[in-house]
Design a protein around this ligand. Sequence first.
Ligand code: PLP
Length: 390
Amino acid sequence: MSNIDPLSVEREHGAGVYALRGLTIVRGEGARVWDAQGRAYIDCIAGHGAAILGHAHPAVVRALAEQAGRLVSCPGTFANNVRAVLLARLAHVTGFPRFFLCNSGAEAVEAALKFARLVTGRPGLVAATRGFHGRTTGALSLTWEPKYRRPFEPLLPEVTHVPFNDVEAATKAISGRTAAVIVEPVQGEGGVRPADPEYVAALRSLCDEQGALLIFDEVQTGFGRTGRLFAFQHFGVVPDMVALAKGMAAGVPAGAVAIGPRVGALPAGSHGSTFGGNPLACAAALATLDVLEGENLPARAARLGAWALGRLRRALADTPAVREVRGLGLMVGVELRRRVTPLLRALQEDGVLALPAGPTVVRLLPPLTIGEDDWRRAVETVIAHICHMS
Ligand SMILES: *Cc1c(COP(=O)(O)O)cnc(C)c1O
């Protein structure tokens, strides 16, 4: 077993759907991960933003170990002490009364779609250009990127994509047939693009006028990433449902739909999930909330993110290769005037793991706990490589 080469085994036996980056990661601690040769990397990918407390956080490790020895499975038809505490805690921190618990972002979006159609009795769905909502068939219908969607069409009918941040286009698209409008408060995969406050406010009033539901996809922005516990709190707008996942249990698979009063309780049997709300994930999610609140990590994300945006904007202001620096909290993007893959490869060789967000944007989603030295080093490494290639 010790002399297998994980990369070649994954190439041979994996489904092939991931473009492998040529690196095998075997261990993580805080904002660092190590490869099999013992080389350390600063992890600004953090499981696509899921590892908000970094790797092997002691509070999460302890919660998982204790819960694993007590009860791992408990179907939704039985109440459970840990799940109940999580539901009450989520209600307290979000202000939403009800939650459907699931295991991933796409599942949260799927559930929100079903709930929207069920309670409105309408078929129509409105999403934004460059929006990303997941890869399962329903969620994929809302995801904009044609290369993700095309091979799988026909997808859900009556889905309209409107230009992001365009109030006029939204006004035309939202009608009496619209069940729901779904939008990311900061588009992640689509290039790290924050929504305009006026746009978000307009979506709220358009939905109210037409009797449609407003869904925020906070799968990436949730749980402190943007500098508030939830990104909707930046906008002073309360959506009818919020899709949550990635950071929810600090990297342990967990997702949720926060359900507002206009949706209310759903009929028994209308939806469900075998693993949703399992006590193991619930224990990890509770530990995550304890650390997020106890250490005031959303404020830390706001501070470290603001520093990085300022530093990147100053350092790259006159760099021809750079189109724009964007972000909110520890969701940071630099849009280049060229393809980003060579930069990501160079950063990896230099010990910094960064993500793309579309073909030309480099995206940093570090743990909210990243040390200031590591964060500074990651940002300076990005600047050095971008200046070098210009
Ligand atoms: C990652 C992501 C999803 C999909 O989540 P999965 O857990 O990969 O299914 C959906 N919406 C947004 C905004 C995301 O960033």
